[in-house]
Design a protein around this ligand. Structure first.
Ligand code: CTP
Ligand code: MG
Length: 409
């Protein structure tokens, strides 16, 4: 593995070296098919969906090392620099230890995850990473226990009911400060069932955060069937949030008074034989509302603040000057317009005959679909009285590239 740039701060060890005795399939569990793809491949989906780059160490059985490498290469695509596959051990603990030995020097936080929890969702990974960063100690996902729990003896006699309010059913990914986890592995003198127990044995403390029912472990054939059913229903993944997609919306409004002494420029087009609009530039309310919507979506202010209202170079300037500069500013801030919709409010000009021409012209300038509609106000208000026109625009923009700030060393 070559060191990716920037060097990642967080590593995820995906343990996939178990044989899957209880599943009872001919293949080791991580290589068993789950709705057309292996359990290992599915377990990597949320990892590659994380906002910041991470180091990924997959721990595989010696017999399936090449198979694991193929799966990882396919999942990683262009991010394969960040991944390595190492041979596991006889126990889960030995497999994690083998993963720890492969960490890059830059790693500060380590997540240990069971490949068998193939449907664990991305936000669960984000949650434990954020918590371990803020708490500075180990963090593990857990779910409240809903069944009544009994303590029983060897002859199956119930001894007592256990207070379940103090119980939590824990899952992976479990996240720890690297130094603490490595030190705990150095002093571990027996097998523990999870990494949190190992940390506690070494004298450390661990906190619980909300787990996710989808992070259940595929252990038995029934669990595999359940995972297949959830994938078929599509209920394993929640709709992506706006922030995950990095989409933003903006609104813009503009109005100009009629000035019969001026030529009319509207929606970037020249309209002969129509009264023009007053304004320092050409008074194109449609184009100005469009620019304001784009600028507000990007948080870049507004057209007045950016272009001013008295720059002699902009006297009589048309839409293309404002729109192209607006799009350039957005690109500089890492945004690309996705869609703009503008509505013109006014009695004149009759817009419908040139609607398509206007949309084509503005779409070409902005570089995304721009739709323009028009309405009157039933003779009410300044537009109804024919004193001027107004325009209202909304814009949808997307982050052209994820900001890299905060991605670590
Ligand atoms: N694991 C591992 N190395 C081992 C044993 C387990 O990497 N020697 C991994 C498994 O691949 C799995 C996770 O640890 O992703 C949790 O273990 P478990 O669900 O018990 O898987 P298996 O040990 O494969 O299953 P079984 O106990 O039924 O044999
Ligand atoms: Mg096991």
């Amino acid at each position: 593995m070559t060191v990716p740039t920037p060097a990642p701060r967080v590593a995820i060890i995906v343990v996939a070296a178990g044989s899957g005795t209880r599943l009872g399939e001919p293949l080791p569990k991580a290589f068993v098919e789950l709705d057309g793809r292996s359990i290992l491949s599915r377990s990597l989906d949320p990892v590659f969906g994380l906002a910041d780059p991470v180091q990924i160490v997959v721990v595989a059985p010696l017999s399936h090392l090449e198979h694991a490498r193929d799966i990882v290469t396919q999942s990683a695509g262009s991010a394969s620099d960040a991944c390595s596959v190492v041979v596991g051990g006889d126990s889960r603990q030995a497999s994690v230890a083998s993963g720890l030995a492969a960490l890059l020097p830059s790693i500060e936080t380590v997540l240990v995850h069971d490949a068998a929890r193939a449907l664990a969702p991305g936000p669960l990974f984000e949650r434990v990473i954020a918590e371990v960063d803020s708490a500075g100690r180990g963090v593990i996902p857990g779910l409240a226990v809903s069944d009544t729990i009994k303590r029983v003896d060897a002859s199956s006699t119930v001894l007592e009911t256990v207070d379940r309010s103090q119980l939590s059913a824990v899952q992976t990914p479990q996240a720890f400060p690297r130094a603490e986890l490595v030190a705990a592995y150095e002093v571990a003198d027996r097998e523990f069932t999870d990494d949190a127990a190992l940390i506690q044995h070494a004298g450390g403390t661990v906190a619980i955060v909300d787990g996710d029912p989808l992070a259940f472990k595929i252990t038995t054939p029934w669990d595999l069937r359940r995972a297949q059913q959830l994938l078929a229903e599509g209920s394993h993944s929640s709709p992506p949030s706006a922030s995950a997609l990095s989409i933003r919306t903006g609104v813009g409004v503009d109005a100009h008074a009629l000035d019969p002494a001026q030529p009319l420029w509207l929606a970037g087009l020249f309209w002969p034989d129509e009264a023009g609009l007053a304004g320092h530039s050409d008074g194109d309310a449609v184009a100005h509302a469009l620019c304001d919507a784009l600028l507000s979506a990007a948080g870049l202010g507004d057209i007045g603040g950016i272009f001013g209202v008295d720059d002699p170079r902009l006297e009589g300037a048309h839409a293309d000057v404002f729109v192209l500069e607006t799009v350039r500013l957005l690109a500089g801030a890492g945004f690309a317009p996705s869609n703009v919709s503008v509505q013109l409010v006014g009695n004149r000009p009759r817009f419908a005959p040139r609607k398509q021409e206007a949309e084509k012209h503005l779409s070409a300038l902005v570089g995304c679909p721009v739709s323009v509609s028009a309405t009157t106000t039933d003779s009410m208000g300044f537009t109804g009285r024919g004193e001027g026109v107004a325009a209202i625009a909304t814009a949808l923009i997307v982050a052209a590239a994820r900001p890299t700030a905060g991605s670590g060393t």
